[in-house]
Design a protein around this ligand. Structure first.
Ligand code: ADP
Ligand code: ZN
Length: 218
């Protein structure tokens, strides 16, 4: 099963992708996570990407597309994957189509995670992530048992550098301008499956599973 997941920052796209990854043994390809790992390790890719990410802008396609292509060619992707954070523009979607055509593959469905705007702002400003395992928490909605310590692995739980108010605003604008049009792009191909993640992530996952079943993907 090869999936793309689309959703605004704070929609719970990453969390939903993690649930589906575990349940269906998919490779989880999060371009944001790959960039952050490169930034942490001080790679040339990380150094270049950081200047864009800190502003809430998109990293140029020339860097992003190559990075995804390398990742998709790795062995663990053969069993199926969920692309989280890519494509983010129509140009990236077209680049992905070309990559897949080259290897005779296709995307089975595109998950669209829907959430109200007001909820999004609260979620992102309160979001904290584990530096070690990447688990996501929220000071308001899902606090850690001990402040600053991951419930799952004991790692340090911190705020992402780009989760401050100003950058979040820029990221939301970038999302509506560049990424929202992808929903129409994939709707025309009959690939969209919607999940409402405004309340409970279990509800969202069930809606997605029902949608995948009705398309014969599950
Ligand atoms: P979110 O979806 O919460 O904004 P991500 O972790 O997916 O967070 O991405 C964080 C940042 O990484 C983005 O704001 C952007 O700067 C960069 N980024 C991630 N994926 C892409 C992509 N496909 N194309 C360009 N930039 C990207
Ligand atoms: Zn952890």
């Amino acid at each position: 099963m090869k999936l793309i997941i689309l959703g605004a920052p704070g929609s719970g796209k990453g969390t939903t992708a993690t649930v589906l990854r575990e349940k269906y043994s998919l490779a989880h390809i999060s371009t944001g996570d790959i960039f952050r790992a490169n930034i942490k390790n001080g790679t040339p890719l990380g150094v270049e990407a950081k200047s864009y990410i800190d502003k809430g802008a998109l990293v140029p396609d020339s860097l992003t597309v190559k990075m995804v292509q390398d990742r998709l060619s790795q062995d663990d992707c053969k069993k199926g994957y969920i692309l989280d954070g890519f494509p983010r523009t129509i140009a990236q979607a077209k680049a992905l189509d070309e990559m897949l055509e080259g290897s005779g593959e296709k995307i089975d469905a595109v998950l669209s995670i829907v959430v109200d705007d007001e909820i999004i702002k609260d979620r992102v400003s309160g979001r904290r992530v584990c530096e070690k395992c990447g688990a996501s928490f929220n000071v308001k909605f899902k606090p850690t048992a001990v402040e600053g310590v991951c419930d799952l692995c004991g790692g340090n739980v911190v705020q992402r550098a780009d989760d401050n108010e100003e950058t979040v605003k820029a990221r939301l604008e970038t999302y509506y301008k560049n990424t929202q049009p992808l929903i129409d792009f994939y709707n025309e191909k009959g690939l969209i499956v919607e999940g409402d993640n405004g309340k409970d992530s279990d509800i969202c996952v069930s809606q997605i599973e029902a949608g995948l079943k009705s398309k014969g993907v599950l």
